[in-house]
Design a protein around this ligand. Sequence first.
Ligand code: NAP
Length: 322
Amino acid sequence: MNLLSIITGRPGPSGFGSASTAEQVTEGIDASNLTAIVTGGASGIGLETARVLALRGAHVIIGARNMEAANGAKKLILNENAAARVEVLRLDLNSLKSIRTFVNEFNALGVPLNILINNAGVMFCPYQLSDDGIEMQFATNHLGHFLLTNLLLEKLKNTAKTTGIEGRIVNLSSIAHLHTYHEGIRFDKINDQSGYSDKKSYGQSKLANILHAKELARRLKEEGANVTANAVHPGLIMTNLMRHSFILMNILKVFTYILWKTVPQGASSSCYVALHPSLKGVSGKYFIDCNEIAPGALARDEDLAKKLWDFSDKLVTSLSNP
Ligand SMILES: NC(=O)c1ccc[n+]([C@@H]2O[C@H](COP(=O)([O-])OP(=O)(O)OC[C@H]3O[C@@H](n4cnc5c(N)ncnc54)[C@H](OP(=O)(O)O)[C@@H]3O)[C@@H](O)[C@H]2O)c1
């Protein structure tokens, strides 16, 4: 995809482009035999993703920290589609304890799991630490999803094995992965406040989302598991994500308005990668506007992806056993 395609909405090789909506890219797909978890599904791209997956018949579990907003999202989906199967469970990705509770509650539902959409995120927050004492953007956008995915992995693999239906994991990354610290991930300074940049830390966490999907895909392939893992950049969409940069983003939008997408367009890549039959067996890739594209050099670095995996694994273990 090039700038012209983004501006004009001209479809890429997949047949879809920046103007395609989540409903359009999933038209005719029957997802009634699928169960999906969408993190951060109470607003923005996650809510639209949950809505469209449910519209296609999937049983959707929204993981959200704000239960009032999550129940509002559920109501909105049911108002439009009374047959929708939607549930909400509390999930705070800032807290490893909350993630473990969420997984226990999900397991107690006794349902299978075909799709995990790691969508929740925060952007450009001032320096702060998560409940477990980790820099907030890295903790929420990457580390929380890393633990969540690992805790749900056996369920995803078993569901794929018993049903013969490919499982899919989708990580919401961003083009912002190109704007990170010069070393990519600051392994030895993950909590360093003095060198903290809200923009670069967001970029770092979004780089981590791609590297996570890449290394996960490699591991799943090695094991012969029938589960794929990919990352997407949804486009530029005005959502609550801009809460820490509202003025900056609105000024930026004035000059770049032609590049911005609506929320239904913003959810297209997540829904496409989660449901589209043409992506069977496609794993470890990065998508923009429903088309595969090469991410930046750091995001293609296999050693960095392995290093991040080991780092995240050790960090989660040490935080879980203080
Ligand atoms: N919008 C864009 O232009 C854009 C561009 C590139 C990538 N993305 C990515 O797309 C994803 C969705 O963003 P969006 O634009 O739809 O923003 P959004 O409307 O703010 O949605 C993000 C969701 O994540 C939730 N969340 C944040 N912190 C959480 C936590 N600790 N635990 C659980 N949930 C948490 C938010 O809940 P609360 O309301 O409770 O905070 C919200 O529901 C993000 O990963 C973002 O990085 C967006």
